[in-house]
Structures are given as C-alpha cells and as structure tokens.
Design a protein around this ligand. Structure first.
Ligand code: EPU
Length: 421
C-alpha cells in the first residue's frame, strides 16, 4: 500500500517526458513469444504491470529480464501454456498471452484476467476470433483453455466491437496462421500500429493497422528485434491535466500532440493555453483564471476522447465555472473516483455511465482511496488544486501505470510525497 501526501496550491513549472506506453509495452512483451530469437524493448519504465509480465514470461519458460532501462526476452524452445492464477489475476494484460502460447505450445490455460474493475470486461471477442481460426475453446469456471490440433488458419472475421485487446490478440494469432486473415471492425488506437510495426519488423506481413480493416498474411517465421515502444499518450495527458488543475506552465516533450489531440482540444476549451509543436506541447494557465465548464464529453474508441483520460478530465472540471458531464461509452464503472472527488469537496454524481459535475467547487484536502489506476491518478491531480493536505491511499493501482507519478509531479514543483505503509 502506498500513502501519497499531497499539499495543494503549488503551481507547476518545467518540462516532462512521458515514458514508453504501458498499453504498448504489455502486448509487445507477449508478442516476443511469437519470435524464434530474442527481442529487446528499449527504455521501458519499471511499472508494476511490467514486473508482472516479466514474471509471467518466466513462468511459461521464457528468459525475461530487465537490463538497465531495457527489457530482454528470449522465448526459448521449451515453453509451456499454464498461466499461474496469481499472475493472470494481477492484470488484464495476461489475456495477451492466449494467442502466442496457443501458437507456440498448442495449448494454453488462462485463469480469467484481472485488472482495473471498470465494469464487465469479457474476453468473448478474443475467443470467438481464435475459435474462427481453428482453436478449440473450453471454458471451465474461472479459466479458459485453448487447444489447436494443427496450425491455425486464416479467417475473414468481423469484431463485434473495436476491442483494442482483441484486435491485438487476433493480429498476433494471424501472423502464425496459414493463409490470409482479414480483421474487420478492428480497433485503430496508436498502440495497435505499434504492435503491427513491431511484428512487421520481426518479419510479419500486416497491412491496414490503424484502420478498421487489417490484413495479415500468416505463416511467416518471426525473428526477434530491438524496438522502442511508443510514448505513453495517457501519461502525457496526465501531466497536461496536472497543469490544468494546479496552474503554471509545463512543456510535455517527446510525445506528438496528435496522440492526445482530443484531450488537448478539451483543455483548450476549458481555457488552458495550449501550444502544439512537432513532438512537444506547452500548456499554461494562471491559477487565478477560472477554468471553463459547460462541457459535454463522450469517451469512446480512437480517435475519440480516450476513456483512460475521462477521470483526468473530470479532475479538471470539478472547479470549472459551470456544470459539465462526461459519458464513457466503453466502461460501465469508469467513474469510481467520484466518491473521492466528493470527499475533496466537489459536487458530482454518477448516473449509469455518466459523471455529472456541478463545477464551482472550492476543493479541500481529505483522506481518499484510489479505486483504480486512472481514477487514482485523477484524485492525485484534483488534490494538487485543493487547499490543504490530501492523504491518498493507493492499494497498488497507480504504480501499475505510472512508475512514480508523485515523483514526476514533484519535478514540476508539486508538493507530494509517497510512503510505503
Ligand atoms: N470487450 C468485450 N469483449 C471482448 C473485449 C472487450 O465486450 O472480448 C469490451 C470491454 O468490456 C469494453 C470494450 O470492449 O467495454 C473496450 O475494451 P477493449 O478490449 O478495447 O479494452 P482492453 O483491451 O481491455 C485497453 C487498455 C485499457 C483501455 C482500453 C480502451 C491495455 C492493457 N488496456 O483495454 O487501458 O482503457 O484498451 O482504450 O491495453 C488503462 O490503461 O488504465 C486501461 C484500462
């Protein structure tokens, strides 16, 4: 358990660079198992989910270790397909191991994955796509087992909805399937392109990644490669939102504004000065200038406003000059952080998938608990703009996605410290 103590009221100044994207690194680590030779991922932050992934890779027989800031994975010849309960339950991204282990080992058993409790998170599209490629799917209680008799085969498959994870699963499986796979209704997030580009660098034939129709010519042997994952657009949005909550002037570097354009548009509409260059964004706000409310946001799949940034936007809008609302199309319980916002003095409530905020709150310090990764980050940001001291108890969610968020914000001048309890 982490206890983060935040003393609000400090403006933020300086430059900050987001680390590699969690949501690229985690599927990339799984994809290294498809390769016959080792891979290296460069400059990967020490996230809790990365440590879980390395442990998972080791548990299935791969050599996987951190070497300085890089990660090194050698899949080896003796992989096995039994994923331990405690690793599967520790993160949603354990689902990314279904396809590579099914392809390499012929059989994989995955206890159903954990992760943030954002409402129901089924894996039916992953399973339906793999079944269409020839996998036998057996669901028993809280685990799923997949087997194949021969190689998987290419398929023309329409995803029920543009799931990021399922698009990645099916892209990975299709690289090893005989013939051509066409994925229709695929997710288009930048992390899909990052995985496709990595697989291409390993020898796969993939076109259309980043569009709703992805075509994979399967059956090409893959060789490992060295890869620098995308910058974390959600971390970039987090630093931008921190500036909006606290005031000051901050430049976010090494992350193209196009990766979080919808969030920057939102901040501009809220009255933050936003100057975009090629790979940097400079944001400024005087703490004396009130933020503009009256906003209606809808979080949805790329390129819409990202669901992971919805709680961050909420933290910004709590003190705005008029009521606002945010609807999350993807997750039923995205706004579990509303309880913490209320404890900090905000007037807000959830109804279904919508968070309603009155705005005009004078936030004050309180004792709050992080309900999930992005909700926890949002409470930390709201506390930066609150008067007095906030104690944020985090049972381990925030380090799953940020190596040291309080430390990052401290480099910008925030007064927040972390203790392990
Ligand atoms: N869905 C299904 N069936 C499936 C798969 C998904 O019904 O088989 C539903 C989900 O329940 C959800 C929607 O589809 O309602 C979208 O889920 P998606 O599969 O796109 O999300 P994910 O792959 O589980 C990734 C990120 C999330 C991010 C979402 C949406 C990773 C490890 N996680 O999750 O990130 O919110 O895409 O962009 O890549 C986070 O970083 O905090 C986080 C939750």
């Amino acid at each position: 358990m982490q206890l983060i103590t935040i003393t609000g009221g400090q403006t933020l100044h300086g430059r900050i660079r987001p680390a590699a994207a969690k949501n690229s690194v985690l599927p990339l680590l799984a994809a290294t198992l498809l390769c016959r030779t080792p891979s290296r991922l460069r400059a990967v932050p020490p996230l809790a989910d990365v440590a879980t992934s390395l442990a998972l890779l080791q548990s299935v027989g791969a050599k996987a270790e951190r070497q300085g800031s890089d990660l090194f994975v050698a899949p080896g010849q003796d992989l096995q397909g039994e994923i331990p309960d405690y690793l599967a339950g520790a993160m949603r991204s354990s689902v990314f191991y279904l396809a590579p282990l099914l392809c390499r080992v012929g059989e994989v058993r995955l206890p159903l994955p954990g992760g943030c409790k954002l409402g129901p998170r089924p894996v039916d599209i992953h399973l339906a796509g793999l079944a269409a490629m020839g996998a036998q799917v057996e669901l028993e209680g809280i685990a799923v087992t997949l087997r194949r008799r021969g190689p998987l085969h290419g398929v023309d498959f329409a995803l029920r909805l543009p799931s990021v994870g399922a698009t990645m699963t099916l892209m990975m499986a299709a690289t090893q399937a005989g013939g051509t796979t066409i994925l229709r209704g695929a997710a288009c997030e930048p992390e899909i392109c990052d995985l496709a580009n990595f697989l291409r660098a390993c020898g796969a034939h993939i076109t259309g990644a980043g569009t709703p129709v992805v075509v994979i010519q399967g059956g090409k042997p893959l060789q490992g490669t060295a890869w620098t994952p995308l910058p974390d657009r959600i971390a970039a949005a987090t630093y931008a939102a921190a500036l909006a909550c606290a005031g000051g002037e901050v430049t976010v570097t090494h992350c193209a504004p196009a990766y979080y354009a919808a969030f920057l548009d939102f901040l501009q509409a809220a009255g933050v000065d936003v100057a975009r260059q090629d790979t940097t964004v400079t944001l400024a706000r005087s703490p004396a200038r009130p933020l503009r409310g009256g906003q209606t946001l809808c979080a949805n799949a790329w390129p819409a406003f990202a669901t992971d940034t919805a709680p961050l936007a909420a933290a910004v809008l709590l003190t705005a000059d008029a009521p606002s609302e945010i609807y999350d199309h993807l997750f039923a319980r995205r706004f579990a952080c509303a309880e913490g916002f209320t404890a900090l003095g905000a007037r807000c409530c959830t109804a279904g998938r919508t968070l309603y905020m009155d705005g005009r709150a004078a936030l004050h310090g309180a004792a709050v608990t992080a309900p999930d990764l992005r909700g926890g980050a949002a409470l930390l940001l709201a506390a930066l703009g609150a008067e007095g001291v906030t104690l944020l108890r985090d049972p381990g969610h925030i380090p799953r996605g940020y190596a040291d968020l309080p430390g990052d914000l401290r480099t910008l001048g925030a007064d927040c410290i972390t203790e392990k309890t």
